[in-house]
Design a protein around this ligand. Structure first.
Ligand SMILES: [Zn+2]
Ligand SMILES: [Zn+2]
Length: 249
């Protein structure tokens, strides 16, 4: 698989911050301690541990897949054979020197035309487009799910904390910091996820929303299937690449 990377130093920093955030809310130490409890709490902590570890791993995987995937760049020189009089209503990108396919837009950061461009995401250092919107959706879903589980993990941590231990206050500080971080990140991701679902139900990208246009009218399921790149299957749950035809050669 070809690695895609936008050479934007600012965006690169945001990608590192986002991955650091993933590590920041990773509750391995607290939940490993909590899973050592006996009885019903231990059982619940075991489930909680699997929940946290699973959603954290999938969120980090989806983030990297989204950041390092070709979002659907229009191959340069795709319409070189067209004479100016043949262009007609074709939208021409003077930067890439290509005819833009329907719903494609030029991104000044990626310096490419991107098919079905939704927006350029600084946290991904990449555009969200036809080829990687699946990974973006999965990142939002798994990060939201992860953040929703953090309060339970913190409760387990604090129940486990020994008042006599010199680490008692450190545990409280870490718990509160984790809650604040997960609260901010979770709220942001849930809000973005709701926006994405609204756009999908209208078959509309973020740019089309600003322009007041939409794609053709069709069902939510048809649009979702296009984004996920295949018929409903377990592949929908994993940020695996899907064959989509055009490449960014
Ligand atoms: Zn362009
Ligand atoms: Zn871009």
């Amino acid at each position: 698989m070809q690695i895609w990377w936008v050479p934007d130093p600012c965006g690169r920093n945001y990608v590192f911050i986002a991955q650091a955030r993933n590590l920041g809310t990773c509750p391995k130490p607290s939940l490993l301690a909590a899973s050592g409890l006996c009885g019903a709490l231990a059982l619940r902590s075991g489930v909680l541990l699997a929940w946290h570890e699973g959603t954290w791993t999938l969120a980090a995987w989806a983030h990297l897949a989204c950041a390092l995937s070709d979002p659907g760049a229009v191959p340069r020189g795709a319409a070189e054979a067209l004479a100016p009089e043949e262009l007609g209503d074709v939208r021409w990108c003077k930067h890439c020197q290509v005819a833009k396919p329907p719903r494609a837009h030029h991104c000044s950061t990626c310096q490419r035309c991107i098919r079905k461009m939704d927006h350029h995401c600084m946290w991904m250092n990449n555009c969200i487009g036809a080829n990687n919107q699946k990974h973006f959706l999965l990142f939002l879903i798994y990060t939201s799910a992860h953040c929703l589980g953090v309060p339970l993990g913190v409760v387990c941590l604090l129940l486990r904390a020994d008042e006599e231990s010199p680490w008692y206050h450190v545990a409280h500080i870490c718990g509160v910091a984790g809650l604040l971080l997960a609260g901010c990140v979770g709220r942001f991701c849930v809000q973005l996820l709701m926006e994405q679902l609204r756009h999908l139900s209208a078959n509309q990208t973020g740019i089309e929303l600003l322009q007041g246009t939409t794609g053709e009218s069709r069902s939510f399921r048809a649009t979702l299937q296009e984004v996920m790149g295949s018929a409903p299957s377990l592949r929908w749950l994993l940020p695996l690449p899907e064959p989509r035809g055009e490449s960014a050669a």
